[in-house]
Design a protein around this ligand. Sequence first.
Ligand code: ADP
Ligand code: ADP
Length: 223
Amino acid sequence: MLEIQNLTHAYADGHVAVRDVNLTVQDGELVSIVGPSGCGKSTLLRCIAGLIRPTEGRIVLDGTPADGVPDNLAVVFQDYSRSLFPWLSVRDNVALPLKRRGMSKAQRREAAMEALESVGLAHAGTKYPWQLSGGMQQRVSIARALAYRPSLLLMDEPFGSVDAQTREDLEDLTLKVRGSDGMTILLVTHDIDESVYVGDRVVVLGASPGHVRADLPVDLPGP
Ligand code: ADP
Ligand code: ADP
């Protein structure tokens, strides 16, 4: 369980990006975080990822106050251009974090190719990131996160740079892995439709400074 308690973050210039955010996320939940540009969505994710420290409040993971980057975490950043290593092939980029799983080289490569196939990039394994379009690089980042099978996955506007059809495919893929692996996912988006389609729950942030305006269960009839 992830608990965000009275979280406030002010940047070094004094700008308060989020104020007094409280949020509890159960294991296996897929929570969409939606709100206008600048309302603090990325700031909130960066705090949970341990990349920046809350100015006030705390983040508690499975009952233990978080300190630094949590174990078993994967993040898909909005800015794909800085997320892959340019000197590694696409397959090796996806396989790299699996070293921490104690997998053999052959196992890592197999898992990487499987993940690449799931994002429609089985053919791109031997290419280098800079040989791919932006949307393809973002799909590689998603494949890397999924291959790692984290218990907590944070996604910041992950589908922003891909075409509409790929976006739908990736939304469905996210739902599928969540169902099969039981990972907890926080998905930041500014797209209301996406937040409702993908999320079990939609947390709406308001701006100036960022705060929770609404926290709504999504209860739609199945397809
Ligand atoms: P988003 O697409 O999440 O709204 P932004 O465009 O607001 O992101 O920010 C892009 C990058 O610029 C981020 O790394 C963010 O931390 C940084 N940034 C945004 N606003 C400021 C600011 N006022 N001062 C310094 N850095 C900023
Ligand atoms: P969102 O992801 O919802 O667009 P952000 O978390 O990127 O919002 O930003 C929230 C607010 O904090 C914005 O007003 C942004 O300009 C500001 N901000 C973001 N990063 C920085 C930074 N590094 N320094 C100062 N202000 C920042």
